[in-house]
Design a protein around this ligand. Structure first.
Ligand code: SAM
Length: 282
C-alpha cells in the first residue's frame, strides 16, 4: 500500500508522541550512546558563545540541550513535530537549569522562523524521518544567516549498524516491512555515501563535507537490549505490531540467539555508525 507523503507528518506526530514515554525511560542510555554523534554535529557547526542556534527534530532534546551549555551568551531553539517528545526535552532543560532555550512544535518542512535568523542549524537523526528531505534542508538554509553552518547526523550503512539491522533483518524474515528502503522515511534512506553531501550542495550550501562516526550500543543482557529497542525504535515496534503472537515470540528468540555474536567482555556491544554532514550557507 502506498502512503500519501502529506499524511506522513501527521502519523509521525502521533507515533512519536506515543514513543516519548519510552525515550524518557531510557534517557540516560540514549544520552550516553548517542553523545559521540551529537558532539560531532556540534563540532562541525562551529558554535560561538553568542551563537543563535536552531535544533531541528530535537526529540527529547539533543543535540540542542548540549549546545545550549556551549552558547552561554546565545540561545537555542529546539523544534520537533512531536509536542510529546519536546515536552521531555523541556523537563530536562529545567532540571539542568538552562535559561537560554525555547521550544516550538513544528514540521521541519515549514519552520515558523524568519529568513536568516540562526548562526547554526543542527539536526541529529531527523532526515531519516522527514517525508520531504529537500523541503527540510531548504527551510534550514532559508532560516540560516549567510555564513551560518548547517550540521546533521544520519544513520550510515546497514552493515555498520547491527544495533538496528539485527532486529530489523529478523523482522523482515517474519513480517512484511512497511516500505522499500531508500524511498520512504526509514533508518537507512540517507545511508549511501555522498547522498547527504549532494543534498546539501543541491540546496546551495558550500564548504560541504561528510565524515563517519561510530560507537557501540552497549547492553548487559539480551533482555535489556530487547526492552530498549522495542521501547525506542518505531520501525521495530511497528513491525512487531504487525506480527502475530507466535511470530513475535519467534522473532524475539531469533534476536536473542543472534545477539550471542556481539558478546564481548561480559556485555553486548553492537556497532552503530552515522554520517555527519555539514555545510555553510553562502
Ligand atoms: C530519532 S528521533 C531523534 C531525536 C533527537 N534529535 C536525537 O538525536 O536523539 C527523530 C525525531 O524526528 C522527529 N520528526 C519526525 N518527522 C518530523 C518532521 N517532519 N518535522 C520535525 N520533526 C520530525 C520525531 O518526532 C522525533 O522526535
Amino acid at each position: 500500500m502506498s502512503v500519501a507523503a502529506d499524511s506522513i507528518p501527521d502519523r509521525q506526530r502521533i507515533i512519536w508522541d506515543q514513543f516519548a514515554a519510552g525515550w524518557k525511560k531510557w534517557d540516560a542510555e540514549l544520552l550516553d550512546w548517542r553523545a559521540p554523534f551529537g558532539d560531532a554535529v556540534i563540532q562541525d557547526a562551529r558554535l560561538h558563545p553568542d551563537s543563535i542556534v536552531l535544533d531541528v527534530a530535537s526529540g527529547t532534546g539533543e543535540p540542542g540541550l548540549t549546545a545550549a551549555a556551549l552558547v552561554p551568551d546565545g540561545e537555542v531553539v529546539l523544534t520537533d513535530i512531536s509536542a510529546g517528545m519536546l515536552h521531555v526535552a523541556e523537563e530536562k532543560a529545567s532540571t539542568r537549569g538552562l535559561a537560554n532555550v525555547s521550544f516550538t512544535a513544528c514540521d521541519a518542512a515549514e519552520l515558523p522562523f524568519d529568513d536568516a535568523t540562526f548562526d547554526a542549524v543542527l539536526c541529529r537523526f531527523g532526515f531519516n524521518y522527514f517525508p520531504d528531505i529537500r523541503s527540510a534542508v531548504r527551510e534550514m538554509v532559508r532560516t540560516a544567516k549567510p555564513g551560518a553552518r548547517i550540521s546533521a547526523a544520519v544513520w550510515g550503512r546497514t552493515a555498520e549498524n547491527p544495533w538496528a539491522t539485527l532486529v530489523l533483518g529478523t523482522l523482515a524474515q517474519h513480517t512484511e516491512l512497511p516500505h522499500p528502503p531508500g524511498v520512504m522515511p526509514g533508518l537507512f534512506r540517507c545511508s549511501t555515501p555522498g547522498f547527504m553531501t549532494r543534498l546539501f550542495r543541491d540546496a546551495g550550501l558550500v564548504d560541504v563535507a561528510e565524515r563517519k562516526v561510530s560507537t557501540d550500543l552497549v547492553h548487559d543482557s539480551p533482555e535489556s537490549y530487547w526492552e530498549f529497542i522495542t521501547d525506542i525504535a518505531i520501525t521495530v515496534a511497528t513491525g512487531l505490531a504487525k506480527a502475530d503472537k507466535e511470530a513475535r515470540s519467534l522473532i524475539r528468540s531469533d534476536v536473542f540467539q543472534l545477539l550471542g555474536r556481539y558478546e564481548h567482555q561480559g556485555a553486548l556491544r553492537l556497532r552503530s555508525t552515522a554520517t555527519i554532514v555539514a555545510g555553510t550557507r553562502a
